[in-house]
Design a protein around this ligand. Structure first.
Ligand code: ZN
Ligand code: ZN
Length: 131
C-alpha cells in the first residue's frame, strides 16, 4: 500500500509540474487517471494538499474559482486571462510603495496581488478594430 501511495504522490507531482497553465485538481485527476485508472478524486486532493504542506507545490487562489496548483514554488505573481481563464506566471517587477502596514487590530503577515487582463492568444483573436 505504501508503494501505491508513493506512486500516486509522484504522479500528482508530475502532473502539476508538466501541465501548463496551473492545473486544477480536476486537470490533475485527468492526468493521473491515464496512468492509474480508477484513482479517486479524494486521493488527488489529499496528495495535492500534502504536497502544498510539504512546500513542493504552490497553490494559486483566484476568488470564486477552484484552487489551481503550481510546480513553481518560489514566490511569483499570477495573471488570469479574463477571456480564456488561463493563469500565467507574471514576472515583471511590481512595486507597492510599501508593504501593507499592520493596524492595532490586524497584524498583516502576507498579501497577494491578482492580475487580470487578456492574454496574447485571446488578443490575437480579437478583431483588429477593437485593439
Ligand atoms: Zn486568453
Ligand atoms: Zn505560477
Amino acid at each position: 500500500m505504501a508503494h501505491r501511495n508513493t506512486r500516486q504522490r509522484q504522479l500528482v507531482l508530475e502532473a502539476v509540474r508538466s501541465l501548463a497553465s496551473h492545473p486544477t485538481a480536476d486537470d490533475v485527476l485527468a492526468y493521473v487517471t491515464e496512468a492509474l485508472p480508477g484513482v479517486s478524486r479524494a486521493t488527488i486532493y489529499n496528495n495535492l494538499n500534502q504536497l502544498v504542506s510539504d512546500g513542493l507545490v504552490g497553490r494559486v487562489r483566484y476568488p470564486g474559482e477552484p484552487d489551481r496548483f503550481d510546480g513553481r514554488t518560489a514566490r511569483h505573481l499570477h495573471f488570469r486571462c479574463d477571456v480564456c481563464g488561463r493563469v500565467f506566471d507574471y514576472d515583471e517587477p511590481v512595486s507597492l510603495s510599501s508593504p501593507p502596514p499592520s493596524t492595532d487590530e490586524l497584524e498583516v503577515t502576507g498579501y497577494d496581488i491578482w492580475l487580470s487582463g487578456t492574454c496574447r492568444t485571446c488578443r490575437d483573436k480579437r478583431p483588429r478594430t477593437e485593439r
